[in-house]
Design a protein around this ligand. Structure first.
Ligand SMILES: [Zn+2]
Length: 260
């Protein structure tokens, strides 16, 4: 048995017994780590509150390979993201990102993914309201890309024909609608998309999708409901969860209500 210390992001916490909880923590070194935390409140440093979901934490744990649950020995909150809980869009958005990570349950470390998720959670806490939808959907696409499921936006996923670049979409694009097939993994050229399934996106929406994937979401994001549906369909198709994302209905309703 060896003790490890890592930074982490608490994705989920549920009661296991009266005095213990099971935590799922995203770490840079070991992916999503399931941890048994006995007497968690006592382990949180003196004068600090209990740990909240999505907090940035420092954990010490004993690690044994092939064990379902590792044992948490220390936990310290490095950065509280409790503020996420006061806004339904931000909270359900963070919950959706966490669900995507939990469904995939990455077992190897990915420092890039860890940084991406931490940055997304920080931005969800801080950004102005009209930027939240873009930040959230952008984070969803970038998490998928880190997990190896980046959508193909530059060439047809079926025949490989080159599609227009950002420049063409901004300026001299012909305004044609191209199909985005979540199941096939990206955009289809006009010929391949003629009889296919999937949402039809104009040049503006395609350009926005590229910006979301690049981590520079437009503010405000036009058609955020459509973009959320694209992300949902793609994530369902490629992460293949057993059930729909639980946070999605809440998020969709909150976005509609807030009109952003
Ligand atoms: Zn094609």
């Amino acid at each position: 048995m060896s003790f490890s210390q890592e930074e982490g992001i608490l994705l989920r916490s549920h009661a296991y017994s009266e005095t213990s909880r099971v935590l799922r923590v995203l770490t840079p070194g070991r992916g999503v780590l399931p941890l048994m935390a006995r007497g968690l409140r006592r382990k949180v440093g003196r004068g600090e509150g209990a740990v909240d979901t999505f907090d940035q934490v420092q954990i010490v744990y004993s690690f044994r390979p092939h064990r379902d649950l590792q044992t948490l020995t220390e936990l310290k909150v490095l950065r509280s993201r409790q503020a996420l809980g006061s806004d339904l869009v931000r909270f359900s958005g963070a919950s959706l990102l966490a669900e995507m990570l939990l469904v995939h349950a990455l077992e190897e470390g990915s420092p890039t993914l860890f940084l991406e998720v931490g940055r997304a959670m920080d931005r969800l806490v801080d950004v102005e309201s009209r930027s939240v939808a873009g930040v959230l959907i952008s984070a969803g696409w970038r998490i998928l890309a880190c997990l190896g499921f980046a959508p193909e936006l530059d060439s047809c996923v079926r025949c490989g024909a080159g599609l227009e670049t950002d420049d063409a979409a901004d300026g001299a694009g012909d305004g044609s609608l191209l199909r985005f097939s979540a199941l096939q993994g990206g955009l289809l050229c006009e010929a391949c998309g003629r009889n296919g399934a999937g949402s039809r996106l104009g040049p503006g929406a395609r350009d926005d999708l590229r910006r979301l994937l690049a981590g520079t979401p437009p503010t405000p994001l036009r058609g955020s409901a459509v973009h959320l549906s694209l992300l949902e369909a793609f994530a369902l198709g490629h992460l293949a969860p057993n059930a729909p994302f639980r946070a999605m209905d809440l998020l969709r309703a909150a976005l509609e209500k807030g009109d952003r």
